[in-house]
Design a protein around this ligand. Structure first.
Ligand code: DAH
Length: 340
């Protein structure tokens, strides 16, 4: 029995040395450890052996050796495979780009550019203006003295030095009148802030575009003409608008220019506070007090002003239902607007 076992061990070692792939190892495993393999045969042969205990131990030792040797060979084979893969893999190339995403413009940027272009072709200059202003520019110069109830509508964020985040682009009117004098045609888009609770059509941070035209004989007809032209250019089709009286201390008369809600088609939805209309562009004839405060001769000149809600325009233009999506930083929604 012992010789048989030693012979098998030698045969196994020889075959193992030649087994260089997984299939060969598996064949060897079946040949020695399988149901009808050499080890099973040896076990069967035990019947005819006298010293069963010693012979059984020898068979077990061989069995353990074979199992261990095959397992080690399999591990070595896998390691060699991985090493070969690593060796053949392409080398790291720092200049390669891995599916790099390109950015897109924010929808408000796109809407602003569009409106700016339209007004530029009508001879308006484009002004850039501060976001932090003083009480005079934001309110007093606009005929809104301290304690005027109109201030209730425009609570904002105050700095320790008394300055504030501007609540409307109208805050630049005074400085621009002083800078250019009359006649004057200017637009000034900008970010505005209000300390108020948010909903689908109100945000604490939003964009407006103010416009002013001051010249001799400017009337409400000029105002209506410019507003109509702008809207038909932006929407490239007729949109339903309505003009109704509105009160703003810095214009007289003042109007609310509402647009039919493009989200619900006028039926009413959260985006338009269920009214079917959205206040898009309040406007009016500049109040003489405001002109005078800006150093304009009110005997000679009149003018109109408007405050276009750029964020609301972008909502209507692109069908964005919730104003809060704009500041959400959600790439999923923002990346839909490709660069232009
Ligand atoms: N500044 C006003 C607001 O944000 C909007 C406004 C109304 C601007 C009438 C104007 C105007 O220029 O004429 O509530």
């Amino acid at each position: 029995m012992k010789e048989r076992i030693d012979g098998l061990r030698a045969a196994f070692n020889e075959a193992l040395a030649k087994a260089t792939d997984a299939a060969a190892l598996e064949a060897l495993r079946v040949e020695f450890l399988g149901k009808k393999g050499h080890i099973a045969e040896l076990m069967k042969g035990l019947r005819d052996v006298e010293d069963k205990k010693t012979a059984g131990q020898l068979i077990n030792t061989l069995k353990n050796e074979v199992e261990l040797a095959i397992a080690n060979a399999e591990t070595a084979l896998k390691e060699a495979e991985i090493a070969a893969q690593v060796r053949s893999a392409k080398k790291y190339n720092p200049t390669l780009t891995f599916g790099r995403e390109t950015g897109s413009y924010h929808p408000i940027t796109l809407a602003t550019r569009e409106v700016v272009e339209i007004f530029e072709t009508m001879g308006f200059t484009v002004e850039n203006y501060d976001e932090i202003v003083d009480d005079y520019k934001c309110f007093e110069a606009l005929n809104i003295p301290k304690h005027h109830p109109a201030r209730d509508m425009q609570d904002t964020y105050y700095l320790e030095n008394g300055q504030l985040l501007k609540t409307h682009t109208s805050a630049a009117q005074n400085a621009i009148m002083k800078k250019y004098g009359a006649p004057l045609r200017a637009i000034f888009p900008g970010r505005c802030f209000r300390n108020e609770s948010t909903d689908a059509c109100h945000e604490n941070t939003f964009f407006q575009m103010e416009g002013m035209m001051i010249d001799e004989n400017i009337s409400i007809s000029n105002l209506i003409y410019f507003m109509k032209t702008m809207l038909s250019e932006v929407f490239k089709r007729d949109v339903k608008v309505r003009l109704r009286p509105g009160f703003f201390p810095f214009v007289e008369p003042g109007f609310e220019l509402d647009i039919n809600c493009e989200i619900c088609g006028g039926d009413g939805c959260p985006s338009c506070k269920n009214s079917g209309w959205l206040e898009l562009c309040p406007c009016g004839m500049i109040h003489p007090n405001v002109l005078e405060e800006g150093g304009i001769d009110t005997e000679k000149y009149t003018g109109f002003a408007f405050g276009l809600g750029l964020t609301r325009l972008a909502m209507m233009r692109y069908g964005v239902k919730d104003i809060r999506d704009f500041n959400s930083g959600s790439l999923k929604s923002l990346s839909q607007f490709k660069s232009r």
